[in-house]
Design a protein. Structure first.
Length: 104
C-alpha cells in the first residue's frame, strides 16, 4: 500500500463506480478493435449522408410550401415529419453502433 501512488478524488470515484458496476453485473467496456472502429466510422458516415439527404429534401419541401386554406397546418406537419425522420436515422445509428460494440 505504501508503494502505490496516491489517487486523485476522480480516480477513487471511478474505482468505486467500477466496483458498484461489478456488483450490479454491468459489463465493463472493452477497447474497440480497429475493425470495430472502421465499422462505426462507416455507420456514422452513412447516417450523416442520410441526414444530409433528409435536410435537402426538407428544405426543398419548405421552399415549395404555399399557404393552402384547406391545410392550415401543412408547415407544422412538414416540420414534424422532418423531426421524425431525423430521430429515426439517429436511433438506428445508435442501435447499429451498440451492436458493433457488443461484437454482434
Amino acid at each position: 500500500m505504501a508503494d502505490e501512488p496516491l489517487k486523485s478524488a476522480y480516480e477513487l470515484a471511478m474505482d468505486r463506480l467500477r466496483a458498484k458496476d461489478r456488483q450490479a453485473g454491468v459489463e465493463e467496456e472493452r477497447p474497440l478493435t480497429e475493425a470495430q472502429k472502421h465499422e462505426i466510422a462507416r455507420l456514422r458516415q452513412e447516417a450523416q449522408a442520410k441526414l444530409a439527404e433528409i435536410e435537402i429534401l426538407h428544405q426543398k419541401a419548405r421552399a415549395g410550401l404555399t399557404y393552402d386554406p384547406t391545410k392550415p397546418d401543412a408547415a407544422g406537419t412538414l416540420e414534424e415529419r422532418y423531426r421524425t425522420d431525423r430521430t429515426r436515422v439517429e436511433s438506428r445509428l445508435e442501435s447499429a453502433i451498440a451492436k458493433v460494440k457488443k461484437g454482434s
